[in-house]
Write a protein that binds this ligand. Structure first.
Ligand code: ADP
Ligand code: MG
Length: 475
């Protein structure tokens, strides 16, 4: 019963997320996929060897115990590394592709025809130990709209340049929230360059970068790694926010400097602007900010509709019977907001449904199938002044107290709460919040946020107070 397996897997992931917290979960577990399941063994795949060994060594027991909670007979978790271009369909017992997990891509559904063309590009990529490229993530498949025009144009520019051209933006730094097309653009750049045959691009996730570096050190081939980098015209790094560890930072800094100084193009992607990559060295941050930094904004409804329409057309190439009525597409575009990944997931669900039942897709069906993906409407924008005013009133201090240098307990806690709310309810950066709280340093804000986060885990009164404050602010 695929449905049941799927639900069970969702619950296991939910439990794990609750146990380790959102940040750790999304760093290490978000890309797990359940490959198969029997009474005693769950086979799970992850995209990189680095992730596999990390999860095995640090979270193996915990993952098993989360499973045992659902299936007491479970004895073993079998982790494997999946390849990007999976050719065979998933085995019969695995769940249907509810594609909400990041990077879950149905190679067998879309675009298998261009796989061959891209095999070449991937081979070049493998040779240098890069992360796998997904042949479907091309510029052609990328829909341009208001929120990503600039990022798209800059990436195209980089991809189309000739070796003899002067490097224009270096580094090119793109930041955006999850599912807004960062990886898609980066892979399009790498594919385009490697298919041109004139230049070499190396696409690495930050995890992969660390993994390559760590294993190079272990095997005493750090020099070989550096040599390999030297043969690269364009280095493309995805998800820089996941770069962890002192050594890796130092090595990244070194690599970045030598590539930039050598006039080689670097493209970096992260989920936040350079100034907010707290763990990076100040000099690295300023080097990253020294090229062109571009943000991709949320996908607006028109763009979402276009992406959906393009996806349906692609799917139809392989599934001629697949058709989604315009009102259903409009419904998805309206209700599944902000994230390209969820759009893809929603369509895959419908596609799966039609291929299993051969029923036409109707509005009722879409509403029923996608119920859990539809989010409540966006919360109203909250201003920092308002947060300060409401928190001050709640704790019976003045707004001036919150901004002052006073460090008495009756002011410190409310101030931390207000900073925490400012970070969670607004899009302001830590330095900006610091400035708005009487010119404090961003590390003070970070400390406050972490403090409150750790307190609300145990202190139910505080947690409830914060819920009340949030409610008031979002009324
Ligand atoms: P990110 O790396 O920013 O988290 P991805 O690049 O993985 O996001 O995008 C998530 C999904 O949404 C992918 O399937 C991607 O192809 C799709 N997507 C996002 N933006 C666009 C776009 N502008 N045009 C077409 N597809 C898009
Ligand atoms: Mg990505």
């Amino acid at each position: 019963m695929p449905e049941l397996t799927d639900e069970c897997w969702m619950r296991v992931k939910g439990r794990l997320r609750a146990e380790v917290g959102d940040a750790i979960y999304s760093s290490w577990f978000a890309r797990m996929e359940l490959e198969s399941l029997d009474a005693e063994t769950a086979r799970i795949s992850v995209p990189t060897r680095f992730l596999k060994s990390w999860i095995e060594s640090r979270y193996g027991e915990r993952l098993l115990s989360c499973w045992q909670f659902e299936r007491p007979a479970m004895r073993r978790i079998d982790l494997s590394v999946r390849s990007a271009a999976r050719t065979s369909p998933p085995c019969a017992v695995s769940p249907p592709p509810v594609v909400t997990a990041p990077d879950k891509r149905e190679t067998n559904h879309f675009h298998s025809d261009i796989k061959v063309a891209a095999a070449q590009a991937s081979a070049a990529q493998d040779l240098h130990g890069g992360s796998p490229l997904d042949p479907r993530l091309t510029f052609d498949a990328f829909v341009v709209g208001r929120s990503n025009t600039l990022a798209h144009a800059a990436c195209r520019q980089v991809a189309m340049a000739r070796r003899s051209d002067a490097v224009m933006y270096n580094p090119l730094y793109i930041h955006a929230g999850v599912g807004l097309g960062k990886t898609h653009l980066l892979q399009a750049v790498a594919l385009k360059i490697n298919n041109s045959g004139e230049r070499h691009a190396l696409y690495l996730t930050a995890e992969r970068f660390v993994y390559r570096f760590v294993s190079a050190l272990r095997n005493q081939t750090a020099l070989a790694f550096k040599d390999a980098l030297r043969g690269i015209d364009v280095l493309v790094i995805d998800d820089l926010q996941f770069l962890q560890g002192k050594h890796s930072h130092a090595e990244f800094s070194h690599t970045l400097n030598s590539l930039l100084d050598g006039g080689r193009q670097v493209v970096v992607v992260a989920d936040r602007p350079p100034a907010e990559l707290e763990s990076l060295d100040e000099r690295v941050r300023s080097r990253l900010a020294g090229g062109l930094a571009v943000e991709i904004g949320p996908l607006d409804e028109d763009l979402r509709l276009e992406i959906l329409t393009a996806r349906v057309a692609l799917a139809q190439a392989h599934h001629p019977g697949f058709s989604v009525p315009a009102p259903v597409l409009a419904y998805i575009a309206r209700n599944i907001s902000h994230n390209g990944r969820d759009l893809e997931g929603a369509l895959n669900r419908l596609l799966h449904h039609t291929s299993l039942t051969r029923q036409p897709i109707t509005m009722e069906l879409a509403e029923r199938e996608l119920k859990d993906m539809v989010r409540p409407p966006e919360l109203r924008r909250v201003r920092i002044e308002e947060i300060q005013r409401i928190v001050a009133r709640q704790y019976n201090v003045s707004r001036g107290d919150l901004l002052s240098a006073r460090r008495t307990a009756n002011v410190v806690r409310p101030r931390q709460v207000a900073m925490y709310l400012a970070k969670t309810l607004t899009l302001r950066s830590l330095p900006e919040i610091g400035r708005r709280f009487g010119g404090r340093d961003h590390t003070t804000v970070l400390h406050a946020v972490r403090k409150i986060e750790s307190l609300i885990g145990n202190d139910t009164t505080l947690a409830a107070e914060i819920e009340v404050l949030k409610g008031q602010l979002q009324e």
